[in-house]
Design a protein around this ligand. Structure first.
Ligand code: BTN
Length: 334
């Protein structure tokens, strides 16, 4: 969190009290165990409280941790994280303009690959095509991952598609959700957008300096939380299932899937996940309109190839391959 992140002492304190949730620890015991005076322990407890941890205390100067917050703070993410590299270095903010902006700044100072920037709220969340990304406090996941892939800039869109597949797998494993991907990288539940990916890169001809993969997931929004114009097209996991889920766990699970898929992507591109790309596709077999700048192309989506490009059948049976654009489904055929 940008205001008051947990410090080293509160992190160490958390480690001890987390092991025995609801157990009362005396101030004396904690002070001895952490080799700090009681005043310092009390300060660490209040820092944890500020970060959403709920304690029960009693007159005997005893504390028990009764509730752990579902907040995207470093200590919680690390507690759930099962990756080797991705997400090990975390920059967590409470309110931020855009995690992608901060991630791009960090990438310029060569932070380790897999560093993530997360926020509880974005004031200028960015979407594709210069749109805004609705990013209200504490309901979604707003996360950017910094990568230095050794691929050509032309292959970078494959990272977006790969990310969408990692995300779809993660969402699908929660409550067996029926997730679809609208090419190239929107994750849908019941036809409405639930997650989006904005991949931005710094490159020169033939060489990528860095890639920032920005992921926005609508997790615990109620339907009425969305502004009217967005509500028609968007949904959240909670709105579709009625269940509030742990954002921290969802993020940690996603990063685990992402690490595996990114490892494969670096070795063999999209080949290994091609079957999943097809499995999740909401457009293959359907009549779609593809918007490229001010141009609309209508036809049948027939495939997504090994490079992640969309193959369409146009009037007269002509097949054409597209590497970018925004899809609208016009007629469902399957
Ligand atoms: C889209 O338009 O579908 C892409 C949305 C991407 C939103 C995420 S939220 C985290 C990261 N930071 C941003 O400002 N945007 C991306």
């Amino acid at each position: 969190m940008n205001n008051k992140p947990l410090d080293e002492l509160s992190d160490r304190l958390l480690e001890i009290i987390r092991k025995r949730k609801n157990h009362f620890h005396t101030l004396k015991y904690l002070s001895k165990k952490l080799n700090q005076n009681e005043k310092e322990i009390l300060e660490a407890v209040s820092l944890l409280k500020e970060n959403g941890y709920i304690f029960r205390d009693n007159d005997n100067k005893e504390f028990s941790l009764s509730q752990i917050p579902d907040r995207l703070i470093k200590a919680e993410i690390l507690n759930h994280l099962k990756t080797n590299r991705i997400g090990k270095n975390i920059h967590a903010y409470r309110t931020i303009q855009s995690t992608n902006i901060i991630a791009a700044q960090l990438a310029q100072s060569n932070v380790p690959e897999g560093t993530i920037v997360v926020a509880e709220e974005q004031t200028r969340g960015r979407g594709r095509f210069g749109r805004n990304w609705f990013s209200a406090m504490g309901r979604g996941i707003y996360c950017s991952i910094i990568l230095y892939p050794k691929i050509s800039p032309a292959q970078a869109p494959g990272i977006s598609l790969m990310t969408a597949v990692s995300l779809a797998d993660t969402m699908a494993s929660f409550k067996s959700l029926n997730v679809k991907i609208k090419w190239p990288n929107d994750c849908l539940l019941n036809g409405r957008k639930t997650a989006g990916i904005l991949t931005e890169l710094s490159a020169e001809i033939g060489h990528i300096h860095y890639v920032v993969v920005g992921i926005g997931i609508n997790v615990n929004y109620a339907r009425e939380d969305f502004p009217e114009d967005i509500a028609k097209r968007a949904t959240s996991i909670k709105a579709e299932t009625g269940i509030e889920i742990s954002r921290v766990k969802l993020l940690a699970d996603f990063l685990k899937n992402f690490e595996k898929d990114y490892g494969n992507f670096n070795k063999t591109g999209l080949t290994k996940i091609r079957n999943r790309i097809i499995k999740y596709s909401s457009i293959i077999g359907n009549i779609i309109s593809l918007k490229q700048k001010d141009n609309y192309i209508t036809g049948k989506a027939i495939d997504i190839d090994d490079d992640g490009h969309l193959v369409m059948e146009l009037a007269g049976g002509i097949q054409k391959v597209f590497n970018a654009g925004e899809v609208t489904i016009i007629k469902t055929m399957i």
